[in-house]
Design a protein around this ligand. Sequence first.
Ligand code: ADP
Ligand code: MG
Length: 245
Amino acid sequence: LRKHLLNTKRLEAVEQMGASISHEIRNPLTAATGFVQLLQSENISMESRSQYLSIIKKELKSAERVIQDYLTFSKTEDFLTETIYVHDEIKQAIQSLQLTAKKKSIEIITHFSNDLAIIGDKQKFHQCLINIIKNGMEAMPKGGTLTIETETTSSMVSILIKDTGIGMTPEQLNRLGEPYYSTKGKKGTGLGLMVVYSIIRSMNGTVHVDSELNSGTTFKFTFPSIPDHLEQIEILENENKYVLS
Ligand code: ADP
Ligand code: MG
């Protein structure tokens, strides 16, 4: 069960976006640099100084958001195919966002079924969880509850991430996953879900979204669990498409 293998599956459409993504990072950095230069000139009022500093901070944050939503994902071209223990990954993701949740008066609850493993790239799966949990938290500006549940059958593992937030209209639901689609204005990148969908697809998983306006949203991922996958590994073995480690 702990066989590790590398495959050469690539997400070309997303990789082609690399160029446009670097714009999304470069633009705010260029703007920030411009204001740093202004700050370096000598006679500047205290008022302008603090105004420039807050613009710089905003621009840097904007670049950081793009990096957070996208870059971990694109760091390696190849997808590792390793054993992922779903509950460990969920616990880790929660841990890294726990502080933000506290600040926003959001309680994170988990309901775990039997632990089951799936196959995929751990780092990219982590990015998925982070992007979805962050969206859930951002949908609850007044606080609320984020529930993460797992369900297992003999061959499938499902992960449900539910928030009690603002929800979405059917029109909004339809546009999910579209590059740069965001309702968060300057605070959004519109890259988070596109990245999530690509990763889930590469792991042979599916995504279902249920949402009700002013009530909340549930993202449900379903993956084949490991026993099912072992057969596929055997097939790949014959086709010599991977490297065993
Ligand atoms: P971003 O978060 O930067 O806006 P995403 O790709 O992560 O970009 O999400 C795209 C859009 O999908 C969001 O702007 C929001 O309108 C909608 N969305 C995603 N998750 C949720 C959620 N849990 N509740 C309500 N709307 C959501
Ligand atoms: Mg997001």
